[in-house]
Design a binder for this molecule. Structure first.
Ligand code: FAD
Length: 290
């Protein structure tokens, strides 16, 4: 007879499958779906099936979204910044770009989440993580100015911040801090939220300066007066007196240029960067020299 207690212990094989995180997510319904003129970019909303409100969040935070029918080899949800305001919790809004070539090898395999999203339609089920997360929020600064630089769909958290501040301004006539939003895109038809941000910026009491900038203006029939030229990080370089890094000489109309020069100071402004990691990597050391 052997004594099980004294027998050498064999390593136990772990055969348990990792739990699918989607089991912890809640069901929502795809609601409004709007494509920009560039049809690879969408603004969409989700609502809860019973019409009740989502949990509160702070402007600038993100949640995670997924589908049950996304490719089986990658069940992970994706983070998406919330573009709507926490003052209106009956829906959540997102600003998203379709990833067409996720492997970046020309095979044109679409992104797991965005490829699935583009196949769905309003009324379909989508999963969301009930607790929004993230520290990319204005409550982290006490500076009187927030200068926000976005590329592409990196604009979403700033839309949420602007909408939230706009609600407060309309109710109280007060502005906690001035927002400056630089939105860099390749072509003007990728400027989501342009009309809404321009409307807010037209109210001088609100203090929003909105600066759309287009990095391929010469081949863009929609490039128009009032838009800047060049990439978002080169706009930052322009303000900081540094040489451009892209191919298009950065240029801004006089008014936004003067506003940005006045506001983008180390003493008065908190800086928020969101979007293309290359833009962020380029802008940080340039801004550090201010
Ligand atoms: C905190 C946070 C907030 C985010 N908010 C948003 C948002 O508001 N809107 C939004 O569109 N995306 C946002 N993203 C990116 C998002 O989470 C996904 O990575 C993106 O939607 C692609 O997912 P996918 O499953 O379709 O692609 P995947 O199958 O995961 O393929 C990703 C591959 O596509 C490449 N790729 C090309 N373009 C992009 C791109 N624009 N984004 C990501 N990968 C790209 C990547 O390099 C990578 O190789 C956010 C990410 C984080 C971390």
């Amino acid at each position: 007879m052997s004594d099980a207690r004294s027998a050498p212990t064999k390593p136990r094989r772990t055969t348990r499958k990792r739990r699918d995180i989607r089991e912890r997510m809640e069901r929502a319904v795809l609601d409004r779906w709007e494509l920009l003129d560039d049809e690879d970019i969408a603004i969409f909303t989700i609502r809860r099936p019973d019409g009740s409100e989502f949990s509160s969040f702070e402007a600038g935070q993100y949640t995670m979204l997924a589908f049950w029918d996304q490719p089986a080899d990658d069940p992970r949800p994706r983070q998406l910044s919330i573009g709507s305001t926490p003052l209106d919790l009956d829906h959540l809004e997102f600003y998203v770009i379709l990833v067409r070539d996720a492997r970046e090898d020309g095979s044109n395999v679409p992104g797991v989440f965005t490829g699935t999203l583009w196949r769905h339609k309003p009324g379909d089920e989508i999963l969301y993580m009930p607790r929004p997360a993230g520290r990319f929020t204005l409550s982290r600064t006490s500076q009187p100015d927030a200068v926000c630089v976005a590329t592409g769909t990196g604009l979403a958290p700033f839309v949420s911040m602007a909408r939230t501040a706009w609600h407060a301004y309309k109710e109280t006539g007060q502005v906690e801090r001035r927002l400056t939003i630089v939105h860099g895109v390749s072509y003007a038809d990728q400027l989501g939220y342009k009309d809404e941000l321009e409307r807010m910026a037209a109210d001088p009491g609100f203090g929003l300066v909105y600066i759309p900038t287009v990095s391929r203006p010469d081949s863009d029939p929609n490039f128009a007066e009032g838009m800047g030229r060049g990439r978002a990080n080169d706009t930052v370089r322009l303000i900081c007196g540094k040489k451009m890094s892209g191919r298009v000489e950065p240029w801004l109309p006089d008014e936004p240029l003067a506003a940005l020069q006045e506001r983008l100071t180390p003493d008065g402004a908190a800086l928020y960067l969101c979007g293309n990691p290359e833009m962020i990597a380029d802008a940080i050391p340039v801004l550090a020299l201010l």
